[in-house]
Design a protein around this ligand. Sequence first.
Ligand code: BGC
Length: 243
Amino acid sequence: MNVLGIDIGGSALKGAPVNIKTGKLLAERHRIHTPKALSPKEMALAIKELAAHFKWTGPIGVGFPGVVHGGVIRTSANLHKDFIGLDASRLFGKVTGEKVGLVNDADAAGLAEVRFGAGKNRKGTILLLTFGTGVGSALFVDGKLYPNSEFGHLSIDGKSAEHFVSAAAKDRQKLSYKQWAKKVSAYLNQLETVLCPELIIVGGGISADHEKWFRHLKLRTPIVPAAFLNEAGIVGAALAAVK
Ligand code: BGC
């Protein structure tokens, strides 16, 4: 079965049709830049545009960077605040005319990695983190997701950790990979201490550059890049849409 997977990020939405049996993209992914925070209605129209690009009819899965309960968005740290409390599954469904499933973006990436990627056939506790505009997390025990974990919002100096350790924070503060990795290392040490994962998987755009920064981390836990790199969110959003 094929599903259009869409990953809503801080500065763009990206999507591609996905074969959910194999996890393979069926076409090159398409990206729509969103330099300003789109309102829910504008986002729905952007999703419609993405579907039109692929002449898509059929189910759509959307990963959103916030807590998602059912089809309802509960938090929106880096996107428009009007998403909070919105049944976005319904709105996106109405505007596209298709059935739309909604999932947290990092949970989506984790689902793809555990099914097909770096966490495939692994038991125990796996923590996936995405470093982008924010920091997303997905926690798995024996392949089963604990939904909506929000470890990017652990507090450091009274602010969300993502304010210091996201990829956006690296750019904002003009940090080298080594300088940034030092902060990421301290952050990951906290997570190691409280969660004791057996594997950490890293997604988000910056996972493609893992060779530049993994070597600066001082961890007890094995750490690997997401096998799908930045496409994990698209694949997982598609997977989550049809249960
Ligand atoms: C949000 C998470 C999201 C992460 C990555 C955070 O600000 O609260 O839900 O997974 O950013 O996009």
